[in-house]
Design a protein around this ligand. Structure first.
Ligand SMILES: *Cc1c(COP(=O)(O)O)cnc(C)c1O
Length: 430
C-alpha cells in the first residue's frame, strides 16, 4: 500500500495530470487567494469567478447608481429570460423553456402545484427517500393544501446510495400524477437515468419533474431529447452564482399553456406596466414569474454560464468522471481498512460530481480536515448526517493536486487518529 502511494500516487503524478488537463486554464478564472486551501465544496457553494465581482459592481455602480430606474428598460426586465436562455443551452432545452426565478424550493412548489392541477383525479406523487428534504417538505405541504386527496409515496433506497428502478416501475401507475426526483442525489451522488425514468412516467401518462440542483453545469442533461415535462434547479452550486443566487425553472413548451402558476403576481402578467386590475397571464415561460427579480444577484450569474458554455459540458463531465475515479482509487490505495465506506456509486455512469465517504467519525474528521493546524493545507469538504463526508469536484477549478492533497491529509488524520481532538457537537451549518 505504501509502495503504491509512493510510486503512482504522488504529488508529482497529480501535477502531471494537471498539466495534461485540457480544462486546467479555467482555474485561473476564479478568485483563489490562498492556494493552500483545497476547496471541495463546490457542490454546495461554487467558487467566485473573477469576472463576477465586476459584473455585480457594474450592476450596482453603473446600472443602479447612474442609470437608476432607466435600467429596467436597459436590460433588467429581460435579464431573467436572457440568462434563462443560456441555462437552456446548458440543459438541452428550447430557449423559451427556461427562466430565472425565485429559489429552487419555490419553483418546485409552483411546478408541482401546476402538475397536480393538470392531473386532477390522480392521487399519487412519487419521490424517493434520498431526495433533498426541502423538496419533500414542499410536496408534503402540497398534499396538505390540496386537502389530503394526494399521497406522497417514497421509493426506498436499498442501501442509501442508489435507487432500485424495478421497484420504481412497480410504484408508477395510472394513479400517479407526478414523479418528482433529484437527478443527482445530494448525499450519495446517485445519478438517475433521466430518459428511462421520464419514459416510465409517460408510459402511465404521469408528469415528471426533475430537480437538477446537483447536475446542472456538471452532468450533461438533454431535457428536450428526454422529453422532460418540468425541471427546477439551483445556481449557486456548479453554476457558481453566489450565495442565495436565484434558481431557474423549465416547463416544456407544449405544457406551458396548460400549467397554472399558483402565485400569480405582476411579473407573470402580460404587461406588468399596464397596471391592469385583472390578471391576464403572460404567454410562455414568463407566466411562471411572480414578483420583482433580484437584479443584482442575477447579474452575477453570467460569467460562470459563459465559462461553462465555452468549456463545453461534455469536457466538464469527462474531467469530473476522471477526477472522481482518481479520488476513489486514492481512497482504495491509501485508506484501506481505516473504517471508510464509499457512500457513492462506484461506477461513473451512475454518479454525479461529488463523492461521499462514510465513516463513523465523519463529523470529527471533517473538523480536522478544515483545521489549518494539521497537515500542509486546509481542506474544505462538507458533512451530511449521519456519517457522510462529501467531497465535491467542480472541474472548472478543482485540480488533481487538490484531490491528492485532500487524500493525503485524510490519511494523516486517520492514521494518527487526530479527529479525536475535536468535539462531536454540530455547528449550525454543516
Ligand atoms: C441545493 C438544493 C436545493 C436548494 O433549494 P433552495 O430553495 O434554493 O434553498 C433544492 N433542492 C435540491 C435537490 C438541492 O440540492
Amino acid at each position: 500500500m505504501e509502495r503504491n502511494m509512493d510510486k503512482i500516487y504522488t504529488i508529482e503524478h497529480a501535477r502531471m495530470l494537471d498539466r495534461e488537463d485540457p480544462l486546467a486554464s479555467y482555474r485561473a478564472e476564479f478568485v483563489i487567494k490562498d492556494s493552500s486551501i483545497v476547496y471541495l465544496d463546490g457542490n454546495s457553494l461554487g467558487r467566485l469567478p473573477e469576472k463576477t465581482a465586476s459584473y455585480m459592481e457594474s450592476a450596482i455602480r453603473k446600472q443602479w447608481g447612474e442609470r437608476l430606474i432607466r435600467s429596467w428598460n436597459e436590460g433588467w426586465y429581460k435579464q431573467s429570460a436572457r440568462l434563462g436562455k443560456k441555462i437552456a443551452q446548458i440543459l438541452g432545452a428550447h430557449p423559451e423553456e427556461v427562466i430565472i426565478s425565485d429559489s429552487t424550493s419555490v419553483n418546485l412548489y409552483k411546478l408541482a402545484y401546476g402538475a397536480l392541477k393538470a392531473k386532477e383525479g390522480r392521487a399519487d406523487i412519487i419521490s424517493d427517500d434520498m431526495n433533498f428534504p426541502s423538496d419533500l417538505y414542499i410536496m408534503q405541504g402540497l398534499v396538505r393544501q390540496f386537502g389530503g386527496q394526494h399521497a406522497l409515496r417514497l421509493l426506498k433506497s436499498p442501501d442509501g446510495i442508489s435507487s432500485d428502478l424495478t421497484e420504481l416501475v412497480r410504484m408508477v401507475n395510472h394513479n400517479t400524477a407526478l414523479v418528482s426526483l433529484s437527478h443527482v442525489a445530494y448525499k450519495s451522488s446517485y445519478l438517475y437515468d433521466m430518459e428511462r425514468v421520464t419514459e416510465l412516467a409517460h408510459m402511465h401518462d404521469a408528469l415528471i419533474l426533475w430537480d437538477l440542483s446537483h447536475s446542472v453545469g456538471v452532468v450533461p442533461v438533454s431535457l428536450n431529447r428526454a422529453n422532460v415535462d418540468l425541471a427546477v434547479g439551483c445556481t449557486y452550486k456548479y453554476l457558481n452564482g453566489g450565495p442565495g443566487s436565484p434558481a431557474f425553472l423549465y416547463v416544456k413548451k407544449e405544457l406551458q399553456e396548460r400549467m397554472e402558476n399558483p402565485i400569480q403576481g405582476w411579473f407573470g402578467e402580460q404587461n406588468p406596466f399596464d397596471f391592469n386590475l385583472h390578471y391576464r397571464e403572460s404567454e410562455g415561460i414568463r407566466k411562471f414569474l411572480t414578483g420583482t427579480p433580484p437584479v443584482i444577484s442575477i447579474s452575477g450569474l453570467e460569467p460562470a454560464l459563459d465559462m461553462i458554455l465555452k468549456a463545453g459540458i461534455g469536457s466538464i463531465r469527462q474531467k469530473s468522471v476522471a477526477q472522481g475515479d482518481y479520488l476513489l482509487s486514492l481512497v482504495q490505495e491509501c485508506l484501506p481498512g481505516q473504517g471508510f465506506r464509499i457512500g457513492s456509486p462506484e461506477f461513473f455512469e451512475k454518479r454525479g460530481s461529488h463523492i461521499s465517504l462514510k465513516h463513523a467519525e465523519g463529523y470529527r474528521i471533517c473538523k480536522a480536515l478544515i483545521d489549518p493546524e494539521i497537515g500542509r493545507c486546509v481542506v474544505i469538504p462538507d458533512f451530511r448526517e449521519p456519517n457522510n463526508i462529501r467531497l465535491g469536484i467542480s472541474p472548472l477549478y478543482t485540480s488533481y493536486e487538490d484531490i491528492f492533497s485532500a487524500m493525503e491529509k485524510l490519511k494523516l488524520i486517520i492514521e494518527e487518529k487526530l479527529y479525536e481532538h475535536y468535539p462531536g457537537t454540530r455547528d449550525q451549518v454543516t
